[in-house]
Design a protein around this ligand. Structure first.
Ligand SMILES: *Cc1c(COP(=O)(O)O)cnc(C)c1O
Length: 230
């Protein structure tokens, strides 16, 4: 299958899952995850209508950003080291991976210096996997309360990754768990927090994630094929 065919299929699946959850296809935003993919392939995807690019490494964003002039949003979806914040602050539309206070301090400091507000999602390790980053569910409300003192950080929502399982149906409680947390936070009506975005769902499980309320899915291999790490 061609890139065009795979993208088309993903968009159709997104539309179907959105309708299943009583929403419109355009209520679910696609972030095309281009990690390890070369610039010409990314440009092909942009030519086919992709407008949001997701990368998980600062180095890759820096390299590709300079080679892609098209008007796209860059999304930082991977673990972010504090000492690398300075390289991406003026490049990314959204950081999906705010997962600790030390990173919040660094984001606040660098954003204040530039006189900007940095849009972020708080990453939540709903499934409490040892191997994954993110706050545990009970830590999220206290964390958000502390962010009231960080005027240059704009919290837009939450992000999670589900464990990889062969039957995507098993991921459903993870996604409903993040949705319930979102609703609980929204009910607090924090002045400094918006809960517009639920970033959840990857190739293996995006249809379940959308059924459970995802507003943003991060999809790589279903669009670009299997990644080859060299
Ligand atoms: C790689 C990655 C994705 C996309 O993974 P696929 O299974 O290829 O769709 C989504 N989110 C994050 C955080 C990733 O690192």
């Amino acid at each position: 299958m061609s890139l065009a065919d795979r993208l088309q299929q993903v968009l159709e699946n997104i539309a179907r899952a959105a309708e299943k959850s009583g929403r419109r296809p355009e209520d679910v935003q696609l972030v095309a995850v281009t990690k390890t993919m070369p610039v010409p392939v990314i440009k092909e995807a942009i030519g086919l209508g992709v407008t949001r690019i997701g990368e998980n490494k600062v180095q890759e964003i820096r390299e590709k950003y300079d080679q892609i002039d098209e008007d796209v949003e860059w999304h930082m979806i991977g673990h972010l080291q504090s000492n690398k914040v300075k390289y991406i602050l003026d490049k990314v539309a959204l950081i999906h991976s705010l997962d600790r206070m030390s990173l919040a301090w660094e984001l606040e400091k660098k954003a204040a210096k530039k006189g900007v507000q940095v849009p972020v999602l708080v990453q939540v390790n709903v499934a409490e996997e040892e191997s994954k980053f993110g706050l545990r569910v009970p830590e999220v409300l206290p964390f958000l309360e502390k962010l009231a003192d960080f005027p240059h950080i704009a919290v837009k929502g939450l992000m999670t990754m589900a464990p990889y399982v062969s039957d995507p149906e098993q991921t459903r409680p993870v996604f409903s768990g993040l949705r319930e947390l979102r609703d609980k936070i929204a009910a607090q009506k924090y002045e400094h927090v918006r809960m517009e975005i639920l970033s959840m769902g990857m190739t293996n499980d995006y249809q379940v994630a959308i059924e459970e309320g995802a507003t943003m899915v991060r999809i790589g291999s279903a669009i670009f094929g299997e990644r080859r790490y060299t």
